[in-house]
Write a protein that binds this ligand. Structure first.
Ligand code: NAD
Length: 498
């Protein structure tokens, strides 16, 4: 183990050896570096840098801000492979999957390049007699982002490019489990011409997070992570008077209708359930089969595909699934798999039996398949966040939709069908924020916004896209009249109206 990953404050890497934590390569199952855990004083330093950079950045014309974004974009494109390797080394996901995540992050930056357009505001001429009125969108000041381990580059990139394009300055607290990719991204942002202090990264744990939540200079907080922490962030930051969006966990169901193209559905489900080892907030973790016949066929076909699933290190691009993030998380997922039979479900494929030759210490599990899961079972209710897919058998589409609608989470969902009427009914009545029709991972593109319903999101505005412009700005509406010279106006005691 050689180096300690510090912080990025005011355009510079900053060492910090006071309190550290190991960072692991999950394929090897061993610590490869350490990450600094920021103290309150370090967080204060980052916020001070961001606060100092705000006045000049706020006054930088949006067109100039977007020129920095264009340069940033091309630098990131040029370093895509390097950053994907950093993601893969600490997270474990396969290199091609890491590149995929990174490219989705780049799309948000492409959208952020349009700052002059989305910050134009709204104008009404002749809003009243000789009165013009317009709304402007002002940046908030210093805003913070707190992000999870599972998308170490993409999720931070949902936040800071839009916040910064809107004229804010930013302090990011990424996951302490895989911080290297975003540290490299921060360096490249400076290389693109971003003034020092506009984007800062503090590594750390709860101490750093609480320092951000309790500092009155932080105007808004964007959080993505598990639901208990999302709720904590939402309640604490709101009580401290901050604007908050806190995106939480998920248990995403896919319905397979009897008329679905079953082979396409099985292929789609394999990628959506087992890609990135199931560690995606949009992963499909429950498939609801409508009718026993379709359920039997699905289970049989998924079983065959699972037997051929290629599991190995992220550096091998021919693999389909890598390791889990940590030994503890692997044990937690394995414990859920062990519960299936005890709870009365049927463990059809047991991923706990896998060993990857040459990587015996790695945090690997194979894909697992649990049939006959039911509401009330922990394997069905909880977010397992691993390569485990549950099958629930129902008789009707209404029954399938009721399951989704009463579940605690409402992030993503999907229906596989060839029936347009059923698909339309599903889209209209399902209680979830992101809905797919024959699309298993309906992650909105960068010019829409990302967010779930129910306990998958605390707050009002979604991540990236048009909602993020609203989240990272506040409106000022100006009403203006210039009376003609020499015209004397009378006093009016009636409330003005046109
Ligand atoms: P996590 O909630 O453990 O951690 C997220 C962040 O919160 C990290 O930066 C961590 O350092 C910090 N944190 C952890 N415990 C804290 C505490 N007690 N007080 C203050 N801060 C704390 O989540 P994770 O394990 O890194 O990520 C996986 C979770 O994130 C899953 O539940 C997944 O569904 C969710 N997720 C959701 C979305 C979404 O868009 N809804 C996207 C990605 C991940």
């Amino acid at each position: 183990m050689t180096h300690t990953i510090g912080h990025f404050i005011s355009g510079k890497l900053q060492a910090d050896e006071q309190r550290t934590q190991d960072v692991f390569n999950p394929a090897l199952g061993k610590a490869v570096s350490r990450v600094a855990l920021a103290s309150v004083a370090t967080v204060d330093e980052a916020i001070t840098a961001a606060q100092a950079a705000f006045p000049a950045w706020r006054n930088t014309p949006p067109l100039k801000r977007s020129r920095v974004m264009f340069r940033f974009l091309s630098l990131l494109e040029a370093h895509a492979d390097e950053i994907a390797s950093l993601i893969s080394a600490e997270h474990g996901k396969i290199h091609h999957d890491a590149l995929g995540e990174f490219r989705r992050g780049l799309e948000v930056i492409e959208y952020a390049c349009g700052a002059p357009e989305f910050l134009k505001g709204e104008h009404s001429k002749n809003a009243g007699p000789m009165i013009d009125s317009w709304s402007e969108f002002h940046p908030l000041g210093v805003v913070a982002g707190i992000t999870p381990f599972n998308f170490p580059a993409m999720v931070p990139m949902w936040m800071f490019p839009m916040a910064i394009a809107c004229g804010n300055t930013f302090v990011l607290k990424p996951s302490e489990k895989d911080p290297s990719a975003i540290m490299r991204v921060a360096e490249l942002f400076t290389e693109a011409g971003l003034p020092d202090g506009v984007f800062n990264v503090v590594n750390g744990d709860k101490e750093a997070v609480d320092a951000l939540l309790n500092d009155s200079r932080i105007q808004a907080v964007s959080f993505v992570g598990s639901t208990p922490i999302a709720e904590y962030i939402y309640t604490t930051a709101s009580a401290n008077g901050k604007r908050v969006q806190a995106l939480g966990g998920a248990k995403n169901h896919a319905i397979v209708m009897p008329d679905a193209d079953i082979d396409n559905a099985v292929n789609a489900l394999m990628g959506a359930a087992y890609g990135s080892c199931g560690e995606r907030c949009m992963a499909i973790s429950v498939v609801v089969a409508v009718g026993n016949e379709i359920a039997d066929e699905l289970v049989a076909k998924l079983t065959v595909q699972l037997q051929g699933l290629k599991v190995g290190p992220g550096t091998d691009n021919s693999m389909e699934m890598g390791p889990l993030i940590s030994k503890e998380h692997m044990a937690k997922v394995a414990a859920y798999i062990g519960m299936a039979d005890e709870e009365g479900a049927e463990l059809v494929v047991d991923g706990r039996k896998l060993t990857v030759t040459g990587y015996e210490e790695g945090y690997f599990l194979g894909g697992s398949l649990i049939d006959k899961a039911k509401p009330g079972m922990k394997v069905y209710e909880d977010e397992i966040f691993g390569p485990v897919l549950c099958v629930v058998r129902v008789e009707t589409m209404e029954e399938a939709m009721d399951l989704i609608n009463v579940h605690e989470y409402g992030n993503g969902t999907c229906i596989f069908t060839r029936d347009g009427e059923a698909a339309h009914y599903f889209c209209d009545n399902i209680q979830a924020g992101m809905v797919g029709v024959n699309v298993p991972l309906p992650v909105p593109v960068a010019f829409h916004s990302f967010g779930g319903w129910k306990r998958s999101l605390f707050g009002d505005l979604y991540a990236y896209g048009p909602d993020s412009v609203r989240f990272y700005t506040r409106r000022k509406t100006i009403t203006q009249r210039w009376p003609s010279a020499g015209v004397r106006e009378g006093t009016a005691y009636t409330f003005p109206s046109t």
